[in-house]
Design a protein around this ligand. Structure first.
Ligand SMILES: *Cc1c(COP(=O)(O)O)cnc(C)c1O
Length: 355
């Protein structure tokens, strides 16, 4: 694809077939196998609907992508690159599925984990010596902490440590970790990329270099052999969602910035967390768990639910999950701001906060 196309145009055209007579919408192909003699063999190994989505996401991230059955399947594929007994440097607070997987792998003795504060670059760099993988998530879920990906990826590369960045929150429109020096980008496609709260899907993106291609081959083999393959319908829906990613994010981010302006200093809140961009805002409700739960019961327009990144605004008290990091305050509500009218969102949230 044209190198100089803007990200918005890429969202619309990437992965689209160009030959005369080609269908303009991506093909939704339902087949488990292919007639012998061609380049495709079996539906667990290759699929035309995956290829369209993978080309589109690769074009947005500046690399080559592989789609998986979920974000966690993508995480598991990246962790498969760590040798048995290897060491992972990972944040103390991040997406709780990733933290739980690392804790489980540590308990069974197949990995060791160094937990670090990703905002303390020197501390992270000290932990890198002899490690196999640096795991970053920036901004992080749900504390919205920001890591210096460029500095940390460079330090990892110097020490021969692979660097993976979970880019679910920022999306490729917010940052492109490969260009910042990361080796691997992970997405819960379930969230912003698909964007309509109707699919569970994941992806890994690798760089367009020889080293990136070698990683991609190992990941593709893991996908084929472990079988965490994406359904064609889910992949097709995700590509359809991706076509409007730039518009959805533009509106959701503008809504989030306006809500942050109005929420700052709100009498029901102790703190507003916002990295200055994106559409996730976390707020610490005064009065802790009980007060925060009451807000979730009182909202009418906001949807009390787990997950994020859909067109609809969602709210969740994260510590309702036992697996959530203890670094997350009991009264923290994660707000995933959607694309509704911001005045309506504000009235509903403000009245729920006031009780
Ligand atoms: C949701 C999420 C995941 C896991 O993705 P699933 O699609 O739910 O498997 C990973 N990382 C982050 C940051 C997430 O928010």
């Amino acid at each position: 694809m044209d190198e100089d196309l803007s990200a918005a145009t890429r969202c619309v055209v990437a992965g689209r077939e160009a030959q005369p007579g080609a269908q303009v919408g991506a093909p939704l192909v339902l087949t488990s196998t292919y007639r012998a003699g061609g380049s495709r063999i079996y539906g667990r190994t290759e699929h035309p609907t995956w290829e369209a989505f993978e080309e589109a996401l690769g074009a947005l991230e500046g690399g080559e992508s592989l789609v998986y059955s979920s974000g966690m399947a993508a995480v598991a594929a990246v962790l498969s690159l760590v040798p048995l007994g290897g060491r992972v440097v990972a944040p103390t607070a991040a997406y709780n599925g990733v933290l739980s997987t690392l804790a489980h792998r540590e308990e069974e003795g197949t990995l060791t984990v160094n937990r670090v504060d990703p905002t303390d670059a020197e501390g992270v760099i000290r932990a890198l010596e002899g490690a196999d993988l640096l795991w970053l998530e920036s901004p992080s879920n749900p504390l919205l902490e920001v890591a210096d990906i460029r500095a940390l990826a460079a330090a990892a590369a110097q020490r021969g440590v692979l660097c993976a960045v979970d880019n679910t929150f920022a999306t490729p429109l917010g940052q492109q970790p490969l260009a910042l020096g990361a080796d691997l980008v992970v997405h819960s496609v379930t969230k912003y990329l698909a964007g309509h709260s109707d699919v569970v899907l994941g992806a890994v993106v690798t760089g367009p270099t020889a080293a990136g291609r070698a990683l991609r081959e190992r990941l593709a083999r893991h996908r084929t052999l472990h079988g965490a393959v994406a359904g064609p319908l889910e992949t097709w829906l995700a590509l359809r969602g991706l076509r409007t990613l730039h518009l959805r994010l533009e509106r959701a981010s503008a809504n989030a910035a306006e809500l942050v302006r109005r929420l700052t200093g709100h009498p029901a809140l102790e703190r507003v967390r916002y990295p200055g961009c994106g559409a996730i805002v976390s707020v610490d409700v005064a009065g802790g768990a009980e007060a925060a739960e009451a807000v979730c019961r009182r909202v009418r327009l906001w949807v009390p639910s787990t997950s994020l990144g859909g067109v609809e605004s969602q709210v969740e008290r994260r510590r309702r999950w036992e697996s959530e990091s203890a670094a997350v305050p009991e009264g923290l509500l994660r707000l995933s701001v959607g694309i509704e009218d911001v005045g309506d969102l504000w009235r509903d949230l403000d009245s729920a906060l006031r009780g």
